[in-house]
Design a protein around this ligand. Structure first.
Ligand code: ADP
Ligand code: MG
Length: 155
């Protein structure tokens, strides 16, 4: 996925971000964990504020990696749907208990000591500020699947 700003060519070029780059950062920060990236079709272009979108994706990858068991697989897959793209970030961690799901995107909502419970709140706010959304599907014991939906640039 590439992220562009609509404020001219230079910004667009400067604003290019690639998911594999983000995944590399996560890997470096998390002791050698790799993230599989799947892009089906041409890499879509999303209009938005690159640093903000990068923050949202990074918060999701960070959670996916930190809640993964040592050999757990983390995947990021981008699928285009009409003029939307869906970035799905999946892990094989413990998943999210059903009673916590309704509170997951609330501010200061955390189940871990030491966590602030802001990462998902911020990611959802960023998605919505771009006219998109962030949703989750999870069954306890079967990992979590976060879907970031964003409007793709018309071709
Ligand atoms: N991928 C995940 N698997 C399991 N639980 C998760 C995952 N992502 C988030 N959570 C749960 O949601 C809570 C809030 O996450 P987050 O908003 O990122 O908090 P923080 O800002 O402390 O990182 C976490 O404390 C954890 O209980
Ligand atoms: Mg977090």
């Amino acid at each position: 996925m590439r992220v562009g700003q609509d404020a001219g060519g230079d910004d667009l070029a400067r604003g290019e971000r690639h998911c594999p780059g983000l995944a590399r950062e996560e890997r470096d920060e998390n002791g050698g964990r790799a993230v599989d990236i799947e892009v089906s079709g041409a890499a879509p272009i999303v209009m938005g504020v690159p640093l903000r979108l990068e923050r949202a994706i990074s918060n999701l990858l960070d959670n996916a990696v930190s809640f993964s068991p040592p050999e757990g697989k983390v995947t990021a897959a981008i699928v285009g749907r009409d003029n939307w793209i869906e970035l799905a970030i999946c892990d094989e961690g413990p998943g999210i208990p059903p009673d916590f799901l309704p509170h997951l995107f609330e501010r200061f909502s955390t189940r871990e000591r030491g966590g602030l419970g802001l990462g998902l709140y911020i990611a959802k706010r960023i998605a919505m500020a771009h006219g998109g959304d962030l949703t989750v599907a999870s069954q306890p014991g079967k990992g979590a699947r976060f879907i970031l939906s964003l409007l793709a640039e018309a071709k």
